[in-house]
Design a protein around this ligand. Sequence first.
Ligand SMILES: O=C1O[C@H](COP(=O)(O)O)[C@@H](O)[C@H](O)[C@H]1O
Length: 237
Amino acid sequence: MMLSISPTKKEAIHSIALHIVSLAKKNIAEKNAFTLVLSGGQTPEELYKLLAAPPFNEAVNWSKVFFFFGDERFVPPTDEESNYRMAAATLLTPLQIPPEQIFFIDTAVAINKAAELYQQKLKSFFGNSEMSFDLILLGLGENLHVASLFPHTAILHDTEPAVKAVKTDDKNAYRITMNAPLINKAKCIYFLVSGKNKASAIRQALKGPIDTDAFPVQLIKTPRVHWFIDKDAGTGL
Ligand SMILES: O=C1O[C@H](COP(=O)(O)O)[C@@H](O)[C@H](O)[C@H]1O
């Protein structure tokens, strides 16, 4: 595990953007493609805007990047709460990414069907290769949820990689998410977390007693995890 603490949110975002660009270039040079799983919520908005603006928009051959979503709220793609809507507005549309490179979670069907269809989409993208993304971006909720893996939900006990529908106590109660076994298969995982309101969650995640039912983020435990946080979020470390 690596931990980078920047003085401000702006600097944490700049640092993660540089790492994303470098990883994208490396993967594109080696295998002519880069698979990137986007996180939702509010924290990554500024990161996505930065990546879509000079000089970052010119630093990567974006035609070789394939975009996926780690989780989605079960709302229409036009809804304020849609993770897809946020990523499209801040990153995908400004970069003019064509639809063939965007693997979004279709919320126009019944929720269990939506999860099943997304899993099928991922399986057919990877074909005979292992379903392992080059980079998964993640955030952290104040209640230590990650993607849509919420405390005390059945999905936390999954042992096989999958995409599932979940019901939570959160205001966006119905969601679709990659589970921890699938996330942990990624070649790289970057967390972006900022703000004093996340300090206690970060402390529990990194220094707290292990209790994955209460603190789902602790399920993400490959050595290939890099945390990018600002000083405020790191207050309790
Ligand atoms: O609901 C969600 O929350 C987490 C954290 O979001 P943030 O706004 O507190 O950064 C996010 O990573 C996840 O994708 C999203 O669906």
